[in-house]
Design a protein around this ligand. Structure first.
Ligand SMILES: Cc1cc2nc3c(=O)[nH]c(=O)nc-3n(C[C@H](O)[C@H](O)[C@H](O)COP(=O)(O)O)c2cc1C
Length: 311
């Protein structure tokens, strides 16, 4: 089991974090992962532009609770002025900046991974925040923008100079989006040269975390990991365990109903059940039941039936 801790400002955190994932890492899923041992949970990315324009949808994305303290909100943008204005509006303990999103609608505005092409601007963004908040600021990025053209070191040094506390480094280039494999060796080299702590992200599963001899466990350069897609399948990855699929579904629905309305809960259940019941005998029936359900009562009934069938 990974035995790493990460110091971010005044916080000492466990070394296995939940990576932000738009559409998934809402309060409910973050609370579940936190209860299962995630060292830090991060909201999905929130536009600083939306924030300074007082966009209500943006505020909802930023909702955090005591259960995930210290909380972390991820923001994105490219105008340092927006970050300066947003600094006092963020109701969280740690601020993470997205400098890795490869999606065209983000990159075309100079946001996300486009900042890998402009390290100076990345530094200005971090400085604008750091000078206007006492919260620690972290950055999430990738190896570079164009495949094979490393740019992370330059970006990391620029944001480190500006006062960033740590960086989470996804071992792919933006141009790759999610294809190919995430390269831990290259990330480790970059981390070794970096003047601030670097956590690794990309294709991490239970095996990396539980195997004492895994590369990440043995790395002296990478101080922790952020787990993304694998956590959707198995949120107990943070404690090196495995949740029974029915228990996972029931706990998630319980948390969703605590924080959101029935419509949102049903929508999330449809998305999550694809991951929860992947490869589970009888899982297909639960997935099709949830896809047809109009109420949560129907979803609960489908889970009860699956429970009986799986006994
Ligand atoms: C559906 C989805 C949404 C994502 N949304 C975000 C996001 O809002 N902010 C971010 O920094 N990364 C986002 N990512 C990237 C992940 O945080 C992570 O870097 C990537 O999935 C690689 O890690 P993994 O192999 O463990 O999934 C997203 C990834 C996925 C699959």
């Amino acid at each position: 089991m990974i035995n790493k801790t990460v110091e971010i400002g005044k916080y000492t955190l466990g070394g296995i974090w939940l990576a932000p994932m738009a559409g998934y890492t809402d309060v409910a899923f973050r609370t579940l992962c936190r209860s299962l041992g995630a060292g830090l949970t991060v909201t999905e990315m929130v536009s600083v532009r939306g924030l300074v324009r007082d966009n209500a949808a943006t505020a909802l994305l930023m909702k955090t609770t005591e259960a995930e303290s210290p909380s972390c909100v991820q923001i994105f943008g490219s105008d340092p002025e927006d970050f300066k204005r947003a600094a006092s509006m963020l109701d969280c303990d740690i601020i993470d900046i997205n400098m890795g999103c490869p999606m065209p609608k983000i990159v075309k505005n100079g946001d996300g991974s486009a900042l890998l092409l402009d390290a100076e601007r990345a530094g200005k963004i971090v400085r604008a925040l750091v000078q206007n908040t006492d919260k620690p600021v972290t950055v999430k990025t990738r190896l570079g923008y164009y495949s094979g053209k490393l740019a992370a070191s330059e970006l990391i040094e620029s944001v480190a100079d500006a006062g960033a506390s740590a960086v989470t480094l996804h071992g792919r280039f933006a141009e790759q989006r999610y294809s190919g494999h995430s390269d831990m060796s290259v990330a480790e080299e970059i981390a070794r040269r970096a003047s601030i702590p670097v956590l690794y992200n990309g294709d991490i599963t239970e095996a990396d975390i539980c195997d004492e001899e895994s590369r990440i466990n043995k790395s002296d350069a990478l101080i922790g990991v952020a787990v993304g897609r694998y956590a959707l399948e198995n949120p107990a990855v943070f404690c090196g365990g495995k949740l029974d699929p029915i228990e996972y579904a029931e706990r998630l629905i319980g948390l969703l109903t605590e924080h959101y309305d029935e419509r949102y809960t049903l929508n999330q259940a449809r998305k999550f059940f694809v991951h929860i019941f992947k490869g589970v005998v009888g899982g297909k029936a639960v997935r099709s039941a949830v896809n047809c359900a109009n109420t949560l009562t129907e979803v609960r009934r489908a889970l009860d039936e699956a429970k009986l069938a799986l006994k």
